[in-house]
Write a protein that binds this ligand. Structure first.
Ligand SMILES: Nc1nc2c(c(=O)[nH]1)N[C@H]1C(S)=C(S)[C@@H](COP(=O)(O)O)O[C@H]1N2
Ligand SMILES: [Mo]
Length: 224
């Protein structure tokens, strides 16, 4: 294959320093906190409101990742590290499910239909070592986020390529993004390029800027 522009990964945009600074201030000041928690049976977590559109949140850079050059490395504390191309992703067993999403900036969107590869399919494929305790997502915009292996090892956690039956748009992290619906949405990395199984925790971009490491919306774990 030639190395033409069609298969190059392009970074579009520039880091939004001001917006990142403002979100860090929110964490420092504890903005948006209601002081309430809710049972998981309550569909809307505390302090959230419903939206019907799907807002876009990023650091200012929206990578363009052509499927021809797509490559996802899954490595670290696993017995079977892999590098998957787009055809490999699509050849894995596919899952379709419906889930709500909850962003720390207070919007929630119900009934999103996701299609992709279940986290448990990935876990079965790479065989994490007994010592693996965390999963670190690395993205093309250098965004990083971390979850525990238990948070990833859930029936509704997945790597998703379609939303409401359509390929996920570049703005929302296409061609492939993480989806962990039971955590605030910053734990769902867009434009993923590497998933690292780790034997220790490595807090990511927002987790090192005042945001909560655990990020359970029903416990209102917005900030650290
Ligand atoms: N690669 C990457 N993933 C990311 C982000 C980002 O800046 N870069 N932002 C996170 C945040 S803060 C949110 S709220 C969601 C937003 O996803 P959306 O733009 O599809 O709504 O993506 C998360 N994943
Ligand atoms: Mo966010």
């Amino acid at each position: 294959m030639t190395d033409g522009p069609a298969d190059k990964i392009t970074l579009i945009g520039a880091i939004k320093e001001k917006l990142i600074g403002k979100k860090q201030d929110w964490a420092r000041e504890g903005r948006l906190l209601t002081g309430k928690t809710a049972d998981h049976a309550t569909r809307l977590p505390p302090g959230q409101h419903l939206v019907s559109d799907w807002p876009v949140l990023d650091l200012g850079i929206q990578p363009l990742v052509p499927r021809e050059s797509f490559r996802l490395v899954i490595d670290g504390a696993v017995s079977n590290a892999v590098a998957l191309g787009w055809a490999d992703i699509m050849a894995l067993p596919q899952t379709i499910y419906r889930a709500d999403m909850h962003c720390v900036t207070q919007w929630s969107r119900y009934d999103n239909e996701w299609q992709g590869v279940a986290a448990r399919t990935i876990i079965e494929l790479v065989q994490p070592l007994a010592a693996a305790s965390h999963v670190i997502f690395h993205a093309h915009d250098d965004y990083i986020t971390n979850v525990t292996l238990d948070q990833f090892d859930q029936t509704d956690a997945a790597l998703v390529h379609s939303w409401q039956g359509q390929p996920i748009e570049r703005l929302h992290g296409g061609p492939l993004r993480g989806m962990i619906p039971k955590l605030y949405l910053w734990k769902s990395a867009k434009w993923i390029k590497r998933i690292e199984f780790a034997t220790a925790d490595h807090p990511g971009f927002w987790e090192t800027r005042g945001y909560n490491n655990n990020a359970d919306p029903w416990l209102e774990e917005r900030y650290s």
